[in-house]
Ligand binder design. Sequence first.
Ligand code: COA
Length: 254
Amino acid sequence: MTDILMDTAERVLTITFNRVDKKNSFTAGMYADLADVLTRAQADDAVRVVVIQGHETVFSAGNDIADFLQAPPVSLDVPVFRFLRAISTFTKPVVAAVCGPAVGIGTTMLFHCDLIYAGDNAAFSMPFVNLGVCPEAASSLLAPQRMGYVRAAEALLLGDPFTAEAALEMGLINRIVPPVEVNALARRQALRLAAKPLEPLLISKRLMKQGQAALVAAHMAEEGKIFGRLLAEPAAKEAFGAFLEKRKPDFSSL
Ligand code: COA
């Protein structure tokens, strides 16, 4: 499991994306590992808080496009959706440390984290339409709620990236620090959470989330079905083909 590193210390499980040469893009195997790790952490009394972090230069470039095309998400049981269900229903606090690009699911998974610290080099983007697909991780519900509709439309329809400053201003992240300090800050905050009385902590998270838990699950399932269908359509084929051939996509006939 070297693409995903795990370490549990002082009741904090730290998950590190460790595929920097491919910009921490996620393969199906990595999603399966992430889903399994979170499922185990959910049941493990030794874990009270989870930290998710990448590298100082990159959080994640989203799905590994080649791997994704080889093993497309044809059902809601595939690893990517198992991971999204695991993180979106995780009952313990999740702290994220984000530096560099956070593309696609690299940004949308953050809607399911509780505290988010970013490097001043963080660049968030959700270029689903540019890739011929649609939002996932319930981001079509959560992005408009958290960012306001017009800013979500800019991010989700135009696929425009946004900076750490913009994310802070929109309330999507807690704080910006230099990239070398982000992981340490996330760990400090995780340790503070881990020292809290457990039941009030978990109940408080549940109370903040339960109002729309069913809606999030339903949205995620609907997005997943549509995403799988769109992936087989010409726009996605052109977009993903263009990425692999290192050229600009041509949607002029679509
Ligand atoms: N899937 C597969 N491989 C990826 C990848 C992805 N999502 N993102 C980056 N890589 C690979 C590149 O192909 C390249 O591999 P190579 O060295 O074998 O040619 C390597 O990672 C480095 O990427 P590169 O694009 O050269 O780095 P960069 O610093 O110039 O740009 C990004 C970084 C993240 C901005 C850019 O790689 C990018 O936009 N990636 C695609 C993101 C995307 O569309 N994700 C959504 C998928 S649904």
